[in-house]
Design a protein around this ligand. Sequence first.
Ligand code: GDP
Ligand code: ZN
Length: 448
Amino acid sequence: MIQNAETIAAVATAPGAGGVGMLRVSGENAGRIAQTLLGKPPRPRHAHYCAFRDAAGELIDRGILLHFPLANSFTGEDVVELHTHGSPVVLNLLLQRVCALGARPARPGEFSERAFLNGKLDLAQAEAIADLIASQSETAARAALRSLDGAFSTRVRCLLANLVDLRVYIEAAIDFPEEEIDFLATPELRARLAAVSEELSRLLVETRRGVRLSDGLHVVIVGRPNAGKSSLLNALAAQDRAIVTSQAGTTRDLLRENIQLDGVLLTLVDTAGLRESADLIEREGMRRARQELERADVALLVSDEAHLAEDLHLLGPAQSGQTRLLIGNKIDLSDAPPQRRQDSAGIRIDISARTGAGLDLLRRELKSLAAGGDSSGGGFSARTRHVLALEKVAAHLAATEFALLQQQAGELAAEELRHAQRDLGELTGEFSSDDLLGAIFSSFCIGK
Ligand code: GDP
Ligand code: ZN
């Protein structure tokens, strides 16, 4: 365990007034600071009720002092927690006192960063803490907790171990050039490589799902003007009591609404209508609509129920990983029943945004998409960074396969596997640049 010589301190509770507030101190001086405040050596993990005083002996507040020595603390350093009344003024006075006694204010995420550097948790777990704190739905919170418990990291480590095995196996073959070619062509090696690739594909699917679990499902609503896009957004948002936020988008042509469907977060984006030839402002709106369309998890094409087929082209080319739902709106006009069907064009749901008929079918569909087809709700949380790293690993594995099976080039294959290993190690932080760590931890809140 590395005890950082610089002792850091920060208010760990949320800014503003609250019932209680907590100041956290970590590092070499933490124990001594606690002893000064308490007037005697604190007992480990014992709640001391004490008077916190400033340098002049004047009372700041009374509260609880807790000391967590070295190995058992969150950061892996000496940690002291000071609990007071939740007044920003009191907490600030106490922070000043603690800093005068040998600490400095912590940077955002610095406690978690020290926990990571001391091996108390890996990088993906540290990220899960931030995701748990930022979670906006029950599903997201549970998924983040599973990642914090190591559900994601364990899978990454397992894959990493298999990659290393494979590389060692290939490198052993390279050392015996006279047998190398035969060795590299063994079914045993092919089988191992295939097993690793399969495990990686599974992990990628689950990791993409993990991003949706934490960020929510991004749903974009497109269609020609007057199809009923805004009405649908309002109907979905209004029907659900739990609107998290509602804000105008980056342009007046995009409207974003975060809603929860039974604990699952959805970001709905209403776009400007799509149609040919329009004035400049409208064209800009359409450009943004297309941009949203490209990055959404789900695209809802809304159209008059009778004209749906004519509007299919508005969706443009299919995006990988995106689900498209065709929404036949305004069934109240023809007295058609709400229904869900699946044909060659995809899944189609007939609704009326005006009467609300069929909305339950749509909500059910969106919910199951958010869960990624996994109704057990047992997934872990993940970030886009993780997906990108895994995609790099997948590319290196494909190159490994090519080098081995097409070129019989063991050196090349081993080199590709080394790259794959490094990209995979970025997830848990085994290989990570200072830039990456800085970018990750600086996005945390202060005191965490
Ligand atoms: P947008 O331009 O695609 O956003 O369409 P709007 O939501 O603004 O709706 C355009 C017009 O269609 C409005 O007059 C709505 O009241 C009407 N409308 C929307 N949904 C329905 C529906 O389900 N049934 C009927 N009869 N009218 C609808
Ligand atoms: Zn509209």
